[in-house]
Design a protein around this ligand. Structure first.
Ligand SMILES: Cc1ncc(COP(=O)(O)O)c(C=O)c1O
Length: 486
C-alpha cells in the first residue's frame, strides 16, 4: 500500500543509486523533491557548499511551497469556501520563506517580535500578517497595534494589556481575533493556549462593538495533533462562539483553524508499519539507540495530507447537521489557516560532513558528524526519515551498522536515535544529507552551545546556484538590547 505521490516526486531510475549509501535498519525511505535528487547526485557541489558555508548547512528551495499551499486552496474552492493561508514563520526562520509565501499570494503568521519586525521590514502589508505569538510582551503588542497587524488574543491578561495600550487613543479600531481553547474530551487534548468559549463570550459581552477600540474580526484555535474529527469538533465550537459574538453585536468574519495540517515524509505506508513492528517486537534490542523506545513522534507517514485532509474536514458534519463547508458558507465566514510544516514539505535539506568513524567502549559503531543534534530536531523524539550518504571520494570504512552522533559533549548526542546501515562503509569527508528538514527540524531547537555557530542557511535557485539567506545577517544570538528590543 503506497500513497500516490505528486507527479514530480516520481522516483527516477537513479534513485536506487542515490539511496544506496545508507538506509535505516529497518528503512524509512524519504520522499525527495527533484532539486534534492539533483543536488545529492552532485558530490562536488555538496562538499563545496560545506567548504564555503560550514557544516552543517541548511539548503532551501521553496518551489514546493506554492504547490503545497495550492492543494489547500483547491480543496477549499471545491467546497465553495474562501480560504486564506498565513504561512507560519516559526517553522523556518529564513527570509526567503517570507518572500516565497508572498509570491504565492499568502500571508504570514508570526510568533515573536523579531519575526514581526522582519516581516514588516520586508514590506509585507500589515493586513497580511497575523500575530499568534504564545507570549506577547508589551513591545510586541505595541508593534502589532502600531502596524495594524491582526493580533490573536490568547488570554484575558493579554486582552487587558492590549486594552491598556489602546485606551484613550484615537486610532481606528484595531483588528483582533480571540483564541479559543476548545473543550477537552477523550479525543481533544487539553491545551494551555486560549480561553474557553464561555470566557470569551463574557469578555465580549462587556464591550460595545461600536465604541470598542478593538474590532473582533475572528475566532482562532490551534490544536496539537492532526486528527480531522477533533478539528471538526473544535470548529463546531468555534462556530458557536462566532454566532454568540454576532448575537452581541460584534462582527467576526473569519474562522482560523491554525496549523497542524498533516504531511508525509515517507513514501511508503508499509515501511512505517514495519518500523513500528520492529520497534515494538518483544525481546528484540530494537532499531533504536540502546533499544530505548520512542514515545512521542511525528506521524512521518499519514494517509490524509494537505488537500485530502482539508477536503475531509470540510465534509465533516457539524452539530447542526450541515457540513463544515456549509456552516462556513451559511455564515459568510472566511476560513483561515496557518500551516507551517505541511507547506514546507520538500523545501529544505540539511547537509553535514563526516568527521570520524568511532565506536563506543562496548563496540557500537558511530559516525561522527560536524553538527549537533539541535540542528535536526523537533519536539518529536526522533526524525524518522532515512539519511542519504553522498560519497566524496575518500577511503570508506568496512560496511557497518552505526548511529550518527554530533558535537555536544553528551553521551546520547545522537543526530538520529535510529540505527543506520552503511553497506559500503563511510569515508571521512563524505556528506550525510538529512532530507526534508525545512519544517521545524532545522531551526526550532537549534542552539549554539559550546560556542559552536548555528548552521548557515542557503537558498538554491532554479538554475542550481546557492546564495546565503539574509536571515544569517540578522544574528539570532544577539542578546536582548533595550535600544532595539525595548
Ligand atoms: C498558533 C499556531 N499556528 C500555526 C502553527 C503551525 O503549525 P504547523 O507547522 O503544524 O502547521 C503553530 C505551531 O505550533 C501554532 O502554534
Amino acid at each position: 500500500m503506497t500513497t500516490p505521490l505528486p507527479a514530480d516526486d516520481t522516483p527516477t531510475p537513479d534513485d536506487a543509486a542515490l539511496r544506496s549509501g545508507c538506509a535505516g535498519a529497518p528503512p524509512l525511505t524519504a520522499r525527495l523533491e527533484p532539486w534534492m535528487r539533483e543536488l545529492l547526485a552532485d558530490p562536488a557541489t555538496c562538499a563545496g557548499l560545506l567548504e564555503t558555508y560550514g557544516s552543517p548547512l541548511n539548503v532551501h528551495e521553496f518551489s514546493a511551497l506554492a504547490r503545497n499551499a495550492a492543494e489547500l486552496t483547491a480543496a477549499a474552492t471545491e467546497a465553495g469556501v474562501d480560504l486564506r493561508i498565513f504561512v507560519a514563520r516559526k517553522a523556518n526562520k529564513t527570509l526567503e520563506l517570507v518572500s516565497s509565501a508572498r509570491e504565492a499570494g499568502h500571508g504570514i503568521d508570526v510568533g515573536s517580535h523579531r519575526e514581526l519586525d522582519q516581516v514588516l521590514d520586508l514590506g509585507v502589508p500589515a493586513e497580511e500578517v497575523v500575530v499568534t505569538a504564545a507570549i506577547k510582551p508589551r513591545p510586541l503588542l505595541q508593534r502589532a497595534l502600531g502596524s495594524g497587524s491582526l493580533l490573536v488574543l490568547d488570554n484575558l491578561d493579554e486582552a487587558a494589556a492590549v486594552d491598556a495600550l489602546v485606551a484613550g487613543t484615537a486610532a481606528p479600531q484595531h483588528p483582533v481575533a480571540v483564541r479559543l481553547a476548545p473543550r477537552p474530551d477523550q479525543a481533544l487534548a487539553p491545551t494551555r493556549f486560549g480561553e474557553s468559549a464561555a470566557t470569551w463570550r463574557d469578555w465580549a459581552a462587556r464591550r460595545d462593538a461600536a465604541q470598542d477600540p478593538l474590532r473582533i474580526d475572528g475566532v482562532h484555535f490551534h490544536l496539537h495533533g492532526y486528527d480531522v474529527r477533533t478539528r471538526a469538533a473544535a470548529l463546531d465550537e468555534a462556530l458557536e462562539l462566532v454566532d454568540a459574538l454576532r448575537g452581541q453585536g460584534h462582527h467576526p468574519r473569519f474562522l482560523d483553524i491554525g496549523g497542524g495540517i498533516p504531511m508525509s515524509y515517507l513514501e511508503d505506508a508499509e515501511q512505517w508499519a514495519a518500523f513500528w513492528e520492529a520497534h515494538d517486537a518483544p525481546g528484540a534490542t530494537g532499531p533504536t539507540w540502546r533499544g530505548e523506545p520512542l514515545r512521542q513522534v511525528y506521524p512521518y507517514h499519514q494517509q490524509l495530507v494537505r488537500g485530502s485532509w482539508l477536503r475531509r474536514l470540510l465534509a465533516e458534519r457539524t452539530s447542526s447537521g450541515s457540513s463544515v463547508a456549509e456552516a462556513l458558507r451559511e455564515r459568510g465566514l472566511e476560513l483561515r489557516c496557518e500551516p507551517g510544516r505541511s507547506v514546507l514539505d520538500g523545501c529544505g535539506m540539511t547537509l553535514a560532513r563526516v568527521v570520524q568513524r568511532t565506536a563506543t567502549s562496548d563496540g557500537q559503531a558511530l559516525v561522527g558528524l560536524e553538527m549537533n543534534r539541535t540542528q535536526c530536531r523537533s519536539t518529536s523524539d526522533d526524525f524518522l526519515v532515512d539519511p542519504l550518504l553522498v560519497r566524496t571520494g575518500g577511503t570508506p570504512s568496512e560496511p557497518f551498522d552505526a548511529f550518527l552522533v554530533g558535537a555536544y559533549c553528551i553521551e546520547a548526542e545522537l543526530i538520529q536515535r535510529r540505527r543506520v546501515r552503511f553497506p559500503g562503509g563511510v569515508a571521512i569527508g563524505d556528506v550525510i544529507a538529512l532530507p526534508n528538514t525545512a519544517g521545524y527540524l532545522m531551526h526550532i531547537l537549534e542552539s549554539a552551545s559550546h560556542q559552536i555557530p548555528l548552521a548557515s542557511n542557503v537558498v538554491r535557485t532554479a538554475t542550481g546556484e546557492h546564495h546565503r539567506d539574509r536571515i544569517d545577517a540578522v544574528s539570532p544570538l544577539r542578546p536582548w538590547d533595550p535600544a532595539r528590543d525595548g
